[in-house]
Design a protein around this ligand. Structure first.
Ligand code: GLN
Length: 272
């Protein structure tokens, strides 16, 4: 072998090693070690709380709230460079993801319930909500809980609406993964009514995203949304303090007005 050939071989070999080194290094997350990441699950099918835009970005009431909660002024972020990283998960899988600590928190219009509190923890209430009946615009027969008896009802899997529907005598319940699907089923005439979160439905009707559907005026329940975390989360205390800060410094009001064009109702300090 000539000297020149050997040099070439050595050069190719070292280039190969270099490429291998870069490739291996890249297979690890490239997060800056100084940045603390709070992994937050959300299901971006719940308008206007979490929405995925055509370009793939997340926006919505919950997204705005979570992002400002993490800013140093609000208090979760105790160290500079703290950042929220959203992860899209189906609503039905959120509680198990929290239990398994695959995420640090979840914000997704999640109602605080006694049943859920058995397996996960919640922040103080950050939104006053409630379930309502939605029907096709021309349906005048369904007006309250009693008129739902024996009817075909669509709900979202794992939601408080699904739990509520189980209490309606002789109702035939169909379950769906997300809002857009059960409203389509209602419009197609496959079911008589939907039981779901009133605010989300009203928002979509008002903004022309849902046509041919109306919400029955009276709410079926009074509910509060909370930010969910694993049971022994090290972040829960900071999240609660940050919510209190946003409520008292006017930031919560601003976000509420932006999305609902209304004044927010009073929120309790704790659930029940
Ligand atoms: N608030 C309802 C629940 O917690 C539904 C929330 C949602 O669909 N994202 O079950």
């Amino acid at each position: 072998m000539t000297k020149a050939k050997l040099k070439w071989q050595q050069l190719i070999l070292s280039l190969g090693c270099l490429l291998l080194f870069i490739a291996c290094n890249n297979s690890y997350p490239t997060t800056n070690p100084g940045v603390q990441v709070l992994k937050v699950a959300t299901d971006p099918t719940f308008i206007p709380f979490e929405i995925q835009t055509a370009s793939g970005n997340l926006e919505g009431f919950d997204i705005d709230l979570m992002n400002v909660l993490a800013q140093p002024a609000a208090g979760i972020a105790k160290i500079p460079g703290f950042t929220v990283q959203f992860e899209s998960l189906p609503f039905d899988g959120m509680i198990s993801a929290l239990q398994a600590k695959r995420v640090d928190a979840a914000i997704s219009g999640i109602t605080i319930t006694a049943e859920r509190l058995k397996t996960i923890a919640f922040s103080r209430p950050y939104f006053k909500a409630g379930l309502a009946i939605a029907v096709r615009e021309d349906n005048q027969n369904i007006k309250d809980f009693n008129s739902l008896k024996g009817k075909k009802i669509a709900v979202q899997i794992g939601s408080t609406g699904a739990d509520f529907a189980k209490t309606i005598p002789n109702a035939k319940i169909s379950t769906f993964n997300s809002g857009p699907e059960f409203f389509q089923d209602l419009l197609n005439g496959n079911v008589d009514a939907v039981v779901s979160d009133a605010f989300a439905t009203l928002y979509s009707i008002k903004n022309g995203k849902l046509k041919g559907i109306r919400v029955v005026a009276d709410l079926l329940t009074e509910e509060y949304y909370g930010i969910a975390t694993p049971k022994d989360s090290p972040h829960l205390d900071a999240i609660n303090k940050a919510i209190a800060t946003l409520l008292s410094n006017g930031t919560y009001k601003q976000i509420y007005r932006k999305w609902f064009n209304a004044e927010p109702p009073q929120l309790p300090d704790s659930w029940r």
